[in-house]
Design a protein around this ligand. Structure first.
Ligand code: ADP
Length: 506
C-alpha cells in the first residue's frame, strides 16, 4: 500500500515537473468541437515508455460515447459536404500552418508518449503536416468526367461525392502522420470522421485536433474518441458496423485489419487498410554499397524499426555480403545511440511497450537457438530500462526461423545471402505481405525487371524511404487495400456517381 502511494506520488511529482509545461497536452476526448469526458467518467493513464511515468489520463470511452460521436459526425456531414472545395482547402492550409508553427509542441507530446527521439518526432510532424498541405491543394482538383455518349441526345456525366462519416483507427508508431494522412484526404473530399487513436498514443491525436479546431474545422467534422485497449474491440466493432459509417480507414496489424474487414463486410462498407509489411531490402553486386548502407540504416532503424515499411529482410548478394555486413556493423555501432528520446544525441528510443519488447526478444532468441549468429546487439538493454532493445544485426538466418517469415517491427536487421536474381525474387516474394520493397543496383535492366516482378505496392530503387504526400502509399496481398497520399488518397473517400442526362433534344 505504501509502495503504491509512493508510486502515485512519484508519478504526480514527475507529471507536475516534467509534463505540465507541455502546451498541447489534453486530458479529454474531442467530440462535437468540445473537450469531453467519457459518459461514465472512466479514464486510463498514458505512460512514457522511456521511464514509465504517467504523462496524463484520458477518457476511457465506450460504445455509448462512440455512438454519440458517430451521430455528431453524421449531422456535421450534412453541412460539411456542401462546403466548397475552396473553403475546405483554406481550412486545411490553416491547419497545416498551425501545425508547422507548433512543430516543437507537437513533437514533445509525440516523444513523451511514443518514445521516439525528439528529432524524429519533429520529422514526423513535418512529414505528417505535408499531407495537410498536399490535400489543401488537391481539394480543388477532385473532378468528374463527361464521357462521349453513344446517343446524340444524351450525356454521360460522372461526378465524385464524399462517402460520409469515416471511422479511423490508428496505431502508435506514427501517431501524428497516420492521422493527417487520412484526415487531410477525407476533409478534402468533404467527409467527416471519428478517430480512435491507439491507446498508447492518444495525446498526439488530441494535440493535432486542438490545432484543427483553431484552424476552423467546424464542430463535429473531426472527432476523437479515446479508449483503453480493453474497450478497443467493442468501440472498433461499433465504428465498423454502425449504419451511419460509410468507410473504415485503418492502419495497424494485419490481424486486427482482418477483423475489421470482416465487420465492415456485414454492411458492405468501403475499407482502406494499411497493414503490416515484410519488406525485402535487396543489394545486388553493382550497387553503390555506401549508399545502400546509408539507406539500410534509414530503412531499418528509423523509429527503431517500428514501421510497416521498415526493411525486414536484408537479401545481400554473396559477392558483397561480407563487405555489406562489415559496413552495417560499423554504422550501427556509430549511429544507433540508445536512450530516452528527449536526451540530446539519442537516435534510438525505447520500444513502445512491453509487448513489443517481448515480441522482438522472442524472435531473436528463437533465431539464435536455431543457429543464427548475432553480429551486434541481440538483447534487452537492461541498464536503460525494460523497454530498450539493443540495435541488432543477425546473420546465418534460415527459413526454419520465425524471424525469417515474421515482421520484426523492431531494431533487428536480419541478413540473408543470395546467389542470383531469381533467388532474390523468390525469397522476396515468398510472403503474404506486400507493402514496401527496396532494391539496390546500377543495372538498368535489373531495375525494370525488379520493378515489374516484385509483388509489393511500393518499390524503392536505390532509396530506403519511399513515402511522400505526392505518391500513392499502400500495399497488396495481406498488406492492405487502398492508397493514401496522392490524388488516389482523396478518391478513396469519394463515391462515383453516373448521371445519364437524356432527352436533351426536347
Ligand atoms: P499494434 O500492434 O500496432 O498495436 P494493432 O493492430 O493491435 O497494432 O493496433 C492498431 C489500432 O487498432 C489501435 O488503435 C488499437 O487500439 C486498435 N485495435 C486493436 N484491436 C482492435 C479490435 N479488435 N478492434 C478494433 N480496433 C482494435
Amino acid at each position: 500500500m505504501d509502495l503504491l502511494r509512493f508510486g502515485a506520488a512519484r508519478h504526480l511529482q514527475l507529471f507536475t515537473t516534467t509534463y505540465r509545461s507541455m502546451h498541447l497536452l489534453k486530458n479529454k476526448a474531442f467530440v462535437d468541437g468540445k473537450w469531453q469526458h467519457a459518459a461514465n467518467n472512466a479514464v486510463f493513464p498514458v505512460t512514457n515508455p522511456a521511464d514509465d511515468t504517467v504523462i496524463g489520463e484520458v477518457p476511457d470511452m465506450s460504445e455509448k460515447d462512440a455512438k454519440f460521436a458517430i451521430d455528431v459526425a453524421s449531422k456535421a456531414f450534412k453541412s460539411w459536404r456542401d462546403s466548397t472545395a475552396r473553403e475546405r482547402a483554406n481550412i486545411l492550409r490553416k491547419w497545416n500552418n498551425l501545425c508547422l508553427e507548433n512543430v516543437d509542441h507537437l513533437a514533445e507530446v509525440l516523444t513523451a508518449e511514443s518514445g521516439k527521439p525528439l528529432a524524429e518526432a519533429k520529422g514526423e510532424v513535418i512529414y505528417g503536416t505535408s499531407f495537410l498541405e498536399y490535400f489543401a491543394d488537391t481539394a480543388r482538383h477532385v473532378t468528374g468526367e463527361i464521357i462521349p455518349s453513344p446517343w446524340p441526345n444524351k450525356q454521360i456525366l460522372v461526378t465524385r461525392h464524399p462517402i460520409g462519416v469515416i471511422s479511423i483507427i490508428t496505431p502508435w508508431n506514427f501517431p501524428f502522420a497516420m492521422i493527417t494522412r487520412k484526415v487531410g484526404a477525407l476533409l478534402a473530399a468533404g467527409c467527416t470522421c471519428v478517430i480512435k487513436p491507439s491507446e498508447d498514443t492518444p495525446l498526439t491525436a488530441l494535440a493535432a485536433v486542438e490545432l484543427a479546431k483553431q484552424a476552423g474545422v467546424p464542430d463535429g467534422v473531426v472527432n476523437v474518441v479515446t479508449t483503453s485497449r480493453n474497450n478497443a474491440a467493442s468501440v472498433g466493432k461499433l465504428l465498423c458496423e454502425d449504419p451511419a459509417v460509410g468507410c473504415i480507414s485503418f492502419t495497424g496489424s494485419t490481424n486486427v485489419g482482418r477483423i475489421l474487414y470482416g465487420m465492415a463486410a456485414k454492411g458492405i462498407k468501403r475499407v482502406s487498410l494499411e497493414l503490416g509489411g515484410n519488406a525485402p531490402f535487396i543489394v545486388f553486386p553493382s550497387a553503390d554499397l555506401e549508399n545502400a548502407l546509408d539507406q539500410a540504416m534509414l530503412a531499418k532503424f528509423r523509429n527503431n524499426g517500428q514501421a510497416c515499411v521498415g526493411a525486414n529482410r536484408f537479401l545481400i548478394h554473396e559477392s558483397v555480403f561480407d563487405k555489406f555486413i562489415e559496413g552495417f556493423k560499423g554504422r550501427i555501432g556509430k549511429k544507433c545511440i540508445l536512450g530516452p528520446g528527449t536526451k540530446a544525441g539519442v537516435t534510438c528510443g525505447p520500444l513502445v511497450n512491453k509487448m513489443q519488447v517481448d515480441k522482438v526478444s522472442g524472435l531473436v532468441d528463437d533465431a539464435v537457438s536455431k543457429g543464427a549468429k548475432v553480429v551486434v546487439g541481440g538483447k534487452v538493454a537492461k541498464e536503460l530500462g525494460d523497454k530498450f532493445y539493443q540495435s541488432t544485426l543477425l546473420v546465418d538466418v534460415k527459413p526454419s526461423m520465425e524471424i525469417y517469415h515474421e515482421e520484426v517491427f523492431g531494431p533487428v536487421a536480419v541478413c540473408y545471402k543470395f546467389k542470383d536474381e531469381a533467388e532474390a525474387l523468390e525469397v522476396a516474394n515468398s510472403t503474404r505481405g506486400g507493402l514496401a520493397s527496396y532494391v539496390f543496383t546500377k543495372d538498368l535492366g535489373q531495375v525494370f525487371r525488379m520493378s515489374q516482378k516484385l509483388e509489393f505496392g511500393m518499390v524503392g530503387i536505390n532509396d530506403g524511404i519511399v513515402s511522400v504526400a505526392e505518391a500513392p502509399f499502400g500495399g497488396i496481398k495481406e498488406s492492405g487495400i487502398g492508397r493514401e497520399g496522392s490524388k488516389h488518397g482523396v478518391e478513396e473517400y469519394t463515391d462515383i456517381k453516373y448521371t445519364l442526362m437524356s432527352a436533351l433534344d426536347k
